[in-house]
Design a protein around this ligand. Structure first.
Ligand SMILES: CC(C)(COP(=O)(O)OP(=O)(O)OC[C@H]1O[C@@H](n2cnc3c(N)ncnc32)[C@H](O)[C@@H]1OP(=O)(O)O)[C@@H](O)C(=O)NCCC(=O)NCCS
Length: 245
C-alpha cells in the first residue's frame, strides 16, 4: 500500500468517500462531523489515502487545533466532537493551531485484518511531523468494545494483556507505535435521533424505553419512547503519540 495526502492526489477524492461503508450507519449521524468533512479541501494536507494497485483501500483524517490557554487548558471530555468544534472555532477566530488530533482511520472491509491499520497510524505520525508538530493525539474508538457494551470504558481502556499491551486490538496498534493512554473522554460523540431515524440507521425495533444494545455500538443507546427520541453517547480514549523529531 502506498499512502498519499489528498493534496498530492486530489484525483482520489471520490474513492475516498467509498470507504464510508467501513462504518456502521448510525456512526455517520453525528452532526458535528459536517464541520470537518464538508470542508475537506481545507484539510487536504491532513487527509491520507492508502492505495493499492490504483484502488483506495485505507483512509486517515487528522485535524489541527489550538489548546493550552486558560480557555482550553487540557483535552476536552467531549473528545472527537470537542476537537472538531475547537478547530472550526479556531478558524473563525483566526487562531494558530498548536496540536493535531487523529479523527479517523478506516480500512476497506475486504482489506481489514491484514495489518494495514498500523501502517496508516505510522503514515499519520510521519505526516504530522512533516507539518511541523511533535505530537499526535487521538480520541481512539476501541475496536472490540462493542463486544461488551455494558463494561465502563474506564475499566475497559486500562485492561491489559499479560505482555503489558492493551486488551483492545486498536488501542494495541497505537500502543505498539509508542502511544500512551491519557484518559477516557466519556462523551466523545453524541448522536441523537427520533425513533424512526434510529430504526432506519440500525434495523432495531426501538419499541421500549430504557437502554438498548445496538450492534457495533460501544455502549448502550438511551431510548425514550414517550419523547420519541434516542441518544447515543460514545466514550473514546485519548491516546498520545509524542516524538522529538
Ligand atoms: C479499526 C481498524 C482501522 C483496524 O484495522 P484492521 O485492518 O481491521 O486491523 P489490523 O489487521 O491492522 O490489526 C490490528 C489489530 O487488530 C487485531 N484484529 C484485526 N481484526 C480483528 C478482529 N476481527 N477481531 C479481533 N482482533 C482483530 C489484529 O490482530 C491486530 O492486533 P495485534 O497486532 O495485536 O494482533 C479497522 O477495523 C476499521 O477500519 N474499522 C472501522 C473504522 C474504525 O472503527 N476505525 C477506528 C476508529 S477511528
Amino acid at each position: 500500500m502506498d499512502v498519499f495526502t489528498l493534496a498530492a492526489r486530489p484525483d482520489l477524492e471520490d474513492q475516498l468517500w467509498d470507504l464510508t461503508r467501513s462504518w456502521p450507519r448510525f456512526m455517520l449521524q453525528d452532526p458535528i462531523a459536517d464541520l470537518y468533512y464538508s470542508e475537506l479541501d481545507r484539510w487536504s494536507e491532513h487527509v491520507l489515502i492508502g492505495v493499492d494497485a490504483g484502488t483506495v483501500i485505507a483512509r486517515g483524517f487528522s485535524v489541527s487545533f489550538s489548546m493550552g490557554d486558560e480557555h482550553r487548558p487540557s483535552l476536552p471530555v467531549d473528545g472527537w466532537d470537542g476537537i472538531v468544534r475547537w478547530s472550526y472555532l479556531d478558524r473563525l477566530a483566526d487562531r494558530a493551531p498548536t496540536h493535531v488530533s487523529a479523527l479517523e482511520i478506516a480500512i476497506a472491509p475486504e482489506n481489514m485484518g491484514a495489518g494495514l491499520s498500523s501502517q496508516m497510524v505510522h503514515a499519520m505520525i510521519a505526516n504530522v511531523d512533516r507539518l511541523g508538530f511533535q505530537q499526535l493525539l487521538a480520541p481512539v474508538r476501541p475496536s472490540a468494545k462493542h463486544e461488551e457494551p455494558t463494561t465502563p470504558m474506564e475499566e475497559y481502556a486500562h485492561r491489559r494483556r499479560p505482555d503489558g499491551l492493551p486488551h483492545d486490538p486498536w488501542m494495541r496498534v497505537h500502543a505498539r507505535l509508542g502511544a500512551e493512554i491519557i484518559g477516557v473522554c466519556p462523551r466523545s460523540m453524541t448522536i441523537s435521533g427520533t425513533l424512526a431515524e434510529w430504526r432506519e440507521w440500525t434495523d432495531q425495533a426501538f419499541d421500549a424505553s430504557g437502554t438498548l444494545e445496538v450492534p457495533n455500538a460501544l455502549v448502550p443507546v438511551h431510548v425514550d419512547t414517550d419523547q420519541d427520541h434516542a441518544v447515543y453517547v460514545e466514550p473514546n480514549v485519548w491516546m498520545e503519540h509524542r516524538w522529538d523529531g
